[in-house]
Design a protein around this ligand. Structure first.
Ligand code: PMT
Length: 405
């Protein structure tokens, strides 16, 4: 499977004769293992039906901005946050102009403005319209904002003209999207990621743990692998499949995670501590199930676990860059800044775990990246998109640290 496997791809189709090729694009993306949702502009519904797109994507087709049923299901803002990537194909000259102006007067442009995910545009129009200065200025404007322009290609057009303006063939669009996720920013780097909870046994039946699902750490491991890194993922017990091209190390307790982390982090380029490591464990673990006596209380003495990421930071051959997370419920930034210094980290990624949208187990996250010289916020998005943005940030910092004399 390529880079699109299990990715959330939002396909937006605007109203041009090439709209029918949107159906083939959805079919090919599904074949790549992507999860696809479709937005049809009002004009597109003149060329292709919502039912056809629903049959191909396996999901309800979104057409109207203020559609009660859709809002009850997945509203336009949720749709924008669901996406790991939005591709507008075909994109008419009108849609390109409205995107350039930052309009939000229909579902397609509203979602394009609201999504934190990367956006790609596949233009399709008459060759004269494509060549027009206004269209070219709009395209330059979109490209300057980081929007990927995919195509157009040259050839015979439905109107009988021949020239540049044909929608790129769906197969070529899929190749371009695959490459989008294949950024090689961490090519040849050795990366260690911790993820998930740790489990601290009380007796063979009972234990202490937390609600970490591992999704954030697994998304980071996947994004680092997509960027070309050799990734060692050290994971507590979770219910997730490991990302492709990642070496998985399953552990249970904080002590086991610590041993594995110190072993793998020695001489690594990058260490990301996303695991929710239990700060304490029972002073002793009973070999047999502790029997319950009527009316008594069970007192369990807890002792401190090793601080894994702080220990990694103390390694003689410490990783070049160490990024930890700060799971906070109040004074998020102050606590995170203090934690970065106390643990000897290059970056700390602060997240508010009291927010139902971003707490343990959530599909999305919103974080603040804090280093010695910079603080930057990444707004609410899927953990995959957040992970890719964190990889962009750490790759940049890593290169600067490696260049340091
Ligand atoms: O797994 P998900 O359901 O996707 O949820 C994601 C998350 C909320 C777990 C994740 O985004 C997150 O915040 N992970 C860090 C949770 C945590 O333990 O935060 P903390 O502030 O207690 O720890 C700070 C840092 O020290 C973390 O990098 C942690 O991995 C590390 N740590 C903490 C304790 C310890 N004994 N050893 C450590 O290495």
């Amino acid at each position: 499977m390529g880079q699109l496997n299990q990715r959330h791809i939002l396909v937006a189709i605007s109203g041009g004769i090439a709209a029918y090729k949107g159906a083939e694009l959805v079919r090919l993306l599904k074949k790549q293992g992507a999860l696809v949702r479709v937005v049809l502009s009002r004009g597109a519904t003149e060329f292709i039906t919502p039912l056809t797109m629903q049959a191909l994507s396996g999901e309800p087709t979104h057409t109207e901005l203020l559609d009660e049923a859709a809002e009850a299901g997945m509203g336009h803002i949720e749709l924008a946050r669901w996406a790991d990537l939005m591709i507008i194909a075909p994109a008419t000259a009108d849609v390109i102009a409205r995107l350039a102006q930052g309009r939000a007067d229909d579902l397609l442009t509203t979602v394009a403005l609201a999504t934190p995910a990367p956006v790609a545009v596949a233009p399709a129009m008459n060759q004269q319209m494509w060549a027009h200065a206004a269209t070219q200025e709009n395209i330059q404007m979109l490209a300057s904002r980081g929007i990927q322009i995919v195509g157009p290609s040259a050839g015979e057009q439905a109107c009988g003209d021949v020239g540049l303006g044909r929608l790129l063939e769906p197969e070529a669009i899929v190749i371009a999207l695959n490459q989008r996720f294949d950024n090689r920013l961490l090519e040849g780097r050795r990366v260690v990621v911790t993820a998930g909870p740790t489990v601290e046994a009380i007796d063979p039946v009972r234990y202490l743990s937390n609600h970490s699902s591992g999704k954030m750490g697994y998304a980071l491991a996947g994004a680092c692998a997509d960027a070309g890194a050799q990734v060692e993922l050290i994971s507590g017990p979770v219910h997730l499949d490991p990302p492709d091209r990642v070496t998985l190390h399953l552990v249970t307790s904080a002590a086991e995670m610590c041993v594995r982390a110190l072993e793998l982090a020695d001489g690594a380029d990058l260490f990301i501590g996303a695991a929710a490591v239990a700060d304490y464990r029972p002073e002793s673990t009973s070999a047999d199930k502790i029997k319950k006596q009527a009316g008594d209380t069970l007192v369990i003495t807890l002792v401190e676990n090793p601080d894994i990421i702080a220990s990694v930071s103390q390694l003689a051959n410490r990783p070049v860059l160490i990024a930890g997370f700060a799971a906070e419920t109040n004074s998020v930034m102050d606590h995170a800044r203090e934690k970065r210094l106390r643990k000897g980290l290059d970056m700390i990624i602060a997240n508010d775990v009291s927010d139902p949208d971003t707490t343990f187990g959530a599909e999305q996250n919103a974080v603040h990246l804090i280093t010695e010289t910079e603080e930057r916020s990444l707004p609410l998005a899927s953990k995959r998109v957040i992970a890719e943005q964190i990889v962009l940030a750490v790759a940049d910092s890593l290169e600067r640290l490696l260049r340091r004399p």
